[in-house]
Design a protein around this ligand. Sequence first.
Ligand code: IPD
Ligand code: CA
Ligand code: CA
Length: 293
Amino acid sequence: METAPTDRLTNDELLAIAVSIALEAGELASRRLREGVEVAASKSSKEDIVTYADRETEALIRRRLSEERPHDGFLGEESGAETGTSGLTWVVDPIDGTVNFLYGIPQWAISIAVVDGDPDPATWRALAGVVVNPSNGEVFTATAGGGAFLDGVAIAVAAPAELSQCLVGTGFSYRAAVRSEQLAVVTGLIARVRDIRRMGSAALDLCAVACGRLNAYFERELNPWDFAAGALIATEAGARVSGLGGARAGKKFVLAGEASIAESLEKVLRQAGAGGRRLEGTVRYGIAFTDSL
Ligand code: IPD
Ligand code: CA
Ligand code: CA
């Protein structure tokens, strides 16, 4: 495969591109928020909405990346995938936390990662990632092997703790049937932890684990753009980021936290039926009838 000269950038140089484009995208989305957000369409369910700002922000990111990195591939939530020739792909969520964005809740983010290999979380190697929260100006970054940072200052996961002392983040699917199963899991978990948070942006949830604002986070059915950057940031901050039962993080499950906490949480999640009926067998109100995952 032919490699273009512009493809030989270091991870830090790739990160610098991601950060500058994410900041630009954040300014655009913030401007649109001030002007008034309008829903453009619904997607997987009527709760799963896309605004004109999501589309416009992704278009800006895609255009700027194609100017800077014409040989790289692209995978974005709103405008789909395009294969490149360099072997690298940019994985983009233009606004993660769109429902918060719509309601003016300052917990939404621009998430951009660049990965080596096919844009498939089962096989890719994330090289660099940025998550920007334009509402408070926070910029989370990481490069593979280079550590994780918040506004340029190194961050690390919270220290090991008993699960009963852990604050755990999660999120819910836009699909009602999946949500009911997720509620059963939360029912099985809530008495075993300090408390649970549903903050509304998977990318920021993973960054919250990375800087110790959450002890752990888990969610089913995330898409690659939801966690590509956040998972690298959490990993580089010292978190174990995985699926269930030794699987890699992916659509089925993402679980992140300091390793011993992630291990304890996974046990309880499995008992509570995380992964869904299709994987777990019978689950009634959080009481597990199998631990066969
Ligand atoms: C959603 C957010 C939310 C998570 C959902 C995601 P979107 O992304 O990350 O926290 O629970 O699973 O789909 O739709 O706001 O980009
Ligand atoms: Ca998202
Ligand atoms: Ca989104």
